[in-house]
Write a protein that binds this ligand. Structure first.
Ligand SMILES: [Zn+2]
Length: 162
């Protein structure tokens, strides 16, 4: 797929899970409905990766997302469908092989568009389990040895929807 370049000055790519049960498909429309119910203008994520690895566009990349409080203004939000076990009793890394391939390819493509951006899991910015795995360990091979630690200092407060 051809990715659109954002006019925003993107400095981070943040990975999420939908926090839904393993094996259950979730559509962009579903997430849009949930997020509207939470008072957002539309879906909070820019890209959604379905169980089959299909990458769908959510919110326009021109607009700030609503996915990581304090970090939305200059980031791209990516979510894979899953992240919880079947009974919803605990967080679980439920990435399918196709989702893993799609995440790898999407991260590579986004880093070509935004070469100075760094890539993170939501759990690096909050005490949530999301995305239920360690992004640095799983995908760090793509960007290493780029140093990311200094970039974790929180930006000034933003007027986030979330
Ligand atoms: Zn998240």
């Amino acid at each position: 797929m051809k990715l659109r370049n954002s006019a925003r000055n993107i400095n981070r790519i943040i990975i999420h899970s939908t926090a839904t049960p393993e094996g259950r498909e979730v559509s962009v429309d579903d997430i849009t409905r949930w997020h509207k119910n939470r008072g957002f203008s539309t879906i909070g994520y820019h890209y959604v990766i379905g169980l089959d690895g299909e990458i769908e566009v959510g919110r326009s990349v021109q607009d700030s997302g609503a996915h990581a409080k304090g970090y939305n203004r200059r980031s791209i939000g990516v979510v894979y469908v899953g992240g919880m076990n079947k009974t919803m009793s605990k967080a679980k890394d439920t990435r399918t092989e196709l989702q893993d391939v799609a995440l790898t390819n999407l991260i590579k493509s986004l880093l070509k568009l935004y070469p100075t951006a760094t890539v993170h899991g939501h759990n690096e910015f909050s005490d949530k389990a999301c995305p239920s795995f360690n992004v640095q360990e799983e995908y760090g091979f793509i960007w290493e040895p780029k140093e990311t630690k200094d970039l974790l200092i929180k930006e000034e407060e933003e007027n986030d929807e979330e």
